[in-house]
Design a protein around this ligand. Structure first.
Ligand SMILES: Nc1ncnc2c1ncn2[C@@H]1O[C@H](COP(=O)(O)OP(=O)(O)OP(=O)(O)O)[C@@H](O)[C@H]1O
Length: 252
């Protein structure tokens, strides 16, 4: 179980303090599929980075399976089974795709078939990629999918994906959605996905909406989804043609 208790993250620039996360309280039960969504700049990525330890929380606690991990390093958190897939993944010159998959899995050696199975699950033709270097010769979408494959290779735990759909073509996205569905079906991991995509949100057991550094909604998908749709429609007056406040676009 993941418990965030009054989690805060504050930055200071030239003496000016900005609170990016403002006392987040959130509990995520084991083996749930939770989608974090909300407006741009709301604090979703920062929240995910503080859980992984990539950003150091400035207040509150992060408790994973009963252990307060707030003071632990990224490596220590990774050893406790926490994984994070970047919105924009880094590249690793000199490392091949199979090296990254082996590192992620924790096994000394993965068979070619094992590597291929992880790559196929993100829509990559394994034979073309398994021996390629993870350098700048790979496109953004390729490197993103390779990174997601490395997270799939990790032993069970807490898997955090930051906008996995970003930069991925429609066909691969369909494959990825199916992979998430299957991954959740095994009930071996707690999955947190930051996403704005309705097809990913649709997979969720629970939705957390973050805005202004706070949790503004959290609950089962069936409860939160109508609010999201209403909020989204509310932002665009033309999506509610029968609304009293609706200004219709002028013809001609
Ligand atoms: N180190 C930092 N210094 C100053 N501001 C920061 C820092 N990190 C994040 N921010 C600001 O905090 C806010 C939240 O950023 P964050 O990346 O967490 O948002 P997000 O909800 O993931 O947005 P998006 O949907 O666009 O990816 C943004 O306004 C961002 O500019």
């Amino acid at each position: 179980m993941l418990e965030l208790k009054g989690l805060s993250y504050q930055v200071e620039d030239n003496g000016v303090k900005t609170e990016i996360l403002r006392g987040i309280d959130l509990t995520i039960e084991d083996n749930k599929f939770v989608v974090i969504t909300g407006p741009n700049g709301g604090g979703k990525t920062t929240l995910a980075k503080t859980i992984m330890g990539l950003a150091k929380s400035t207040g509150g606690q992060i408790v994973w399976n009963g252990t307060d991990i707030s003071g632990l390093s990224i490596t220590e958190r990774a050893k406790l089974g926490i994984s994070y897939g970047f919105q924009q993944p880094p590249r690793f010159k000199g490392l091949r795709v199979r090296d990254l998959l082996e590192l992620a899995s924790g096994k000394r050696k993965l068979t070619r078939d094992e590597c291929c199975s992880y790559l196929n699950r993100v829509g990559l033709c394994a034979a073309d990629y398994v021996d390629r270097e993870v350098d700048t010769s790979l496109s953004g979408g390729e490197v993103k999918r390779i990174e997601i494959a490395t997270i799939l290779a990790r032993p069970g735990g807490l898997l955090i994906f930051d906008e996995p759909e970003a930069g991925i073509d429609l066909w691969s996205f369909a494959k990825l959605t199916e992979t998430f569905r299957m991954l959740h079906g095994t009930r071996e991991n707690t999955i947190i996905v930051i996403s704005h995509q309705e097809r990913i949100i649709d997979l969720a057991d629970e939705i957390v909406m973050i805005s202004g550094g706070k949790v503004v909604r959290h609950g089962p998908k069936e409860e939160i989804m109508p609010h999201i749709l209403a909020d989204t429609a509310g932002m665009c007056q033309f999506l509610q043609p029968n609304s009293k406040n609706c200004r219709q676009p002028k013809e001609g």
